[in-house]
Design a protein around this ligand. Structure first.
Ligand SMILES: O=P(O)(O)O[C@@H]1C[C@H](O)[C@@H](CO)O1
Ligand SMILES: Nc1nc2[nH]cnc2c(=O)[nH]1
Length: 293
């Protein structure tokens, strides 16, 4: 039904990839970061980086999308040991959903307690502007409605429960921390909260689809993150996620705007500096609150 949908990676496969990585770096990460389209600069902020190309990591898929470098970078951010995916995997690249989410299980075995995910998204909420940063408070999992969920297949209890709860997927303390940090940094004017909806992509949405998603309660639409969140929560890591609103979803038949990947990457560059400050300050505060887990 879906690409290789019944064949995930076994616990042993994930363990051997994690062991391989740990044998090559002294960094034992407590925080895992996933960079969205055009946001790879987040990884460049890591001190004393040790980087691996995905093609050199056993069992790892390859990045195929412009704006996703395809490197796993270990290092410290404000003194906190981190691992950063400079490039993620998407359903539309043709990978099985279990494959695109496998790095979350590697994070878990590496010792990561908190995962911070970023993405580029189209703004459906009419109050949002291009360049806004939306703290994700909840999601709509459209591929999941059609039966494409990363936890499909045999459940290995070493990762987590067969039926994990998702009503607490996005950690509320971390959302509040991000609001506080954003306010201190003077970012409140472009910091928002909302619901992210994932679709399969790679085509952008029609006008009718955008209108429908907005009516269903989505504030932003994209092609990632939710699958990773489900797998990260399944194995008990705390999750914080944010969307950079890179373009306004087209909701009006008179509009001349057309969604395109170049605009997405451009907006990422514009907000890169603030995004990096927001994320690194949140990471630093995780230490102060001692709230890794
Ligand atoms: O990896 P993210 O979700 O940031 O990437 C978004 C979705 C598509 O991959 C791409 C469209 O421009 O950006
Ligand atoms: N599906 C979707 N993904 C995006 N990623 C960045 N912008 C968009 C968008 O408008 N729609």
């Amino acid at each position: 039904m879906f690409p290789e949908s019944s064949t995930g990676y076994s616990y042993e496969d994930c363990q051997s990839t994690a062991d391989w990585l740990l044998s090559q770096t002294a960094v034992q990460p407590l925080v895992g970061i996933v960079c969205g389209s055009g946001m790879g600069g987040l990884a460049d902020g890591l001190k004393d980086p040790v980087a691996f190309n995905y093609k050199d990591i056993p069992n790892f898929p390859q990045s195929t999308v412009h704006g996703h470098a395809g490197r796993l970078v270990f290092g410290t951010l404000k003194g906190i040991p981190c691992v950063c995916m400079q490039g993620r995997f998407h359903l539309y690249e043709g990978y099985a959903i279990q494959k695109i989410t496998m790095p979350m299980r590697i994070f878990k075995i590496l010792g990561v307690k908190t995962v911070i995910l970023t993405n580029a998204a189209g703004g459906l909420n009419q109050d949002f502007k291009v360049g806004d940063i939306m703290i994700i408070k909840d999601h709509l999992n459209m591929p999941g409605f059609a039966g494409n969920n990363p936890l499909t297949g045999p459940n290995d209890e070493r990762f987590g429960l067969r039926f994990p709860c998702m009503s607490d997927a996005y950690d509320r303390e971390l959302q509040q921390l991000a609001l506080d940090v954003g306010s201190e940094l003077g970012f409140s004017d472009f910091l928002r909260e909302g619901v992210y909806c994932v679709l399969g992509g790679p085509s952008f949405e029609t006008i009718a689809e955008c209108r429908m998603l907005n009516k269903l309660g989505a504030d932003a639409v994209g092609m990632s993150t939710v699958h990773e969140v489900i797998v990260a929560r399944h194995c008990g890591m705390r999750v914080f996620a944010l969307s950079l609103i890179t373009n306004k979803a087209v909701m009006d038949y008179d509009s001349e705007e057309k969604a395109n990947h170049e605009e997405v990457l451009q907006t990422g560059k514009h907000r890169a500096e603030q995004l990096e400050r927001l994320v690194s300050t949140i990471v630093a505060r995780l230490e102060h609150n001692n709230n890794y887990a």
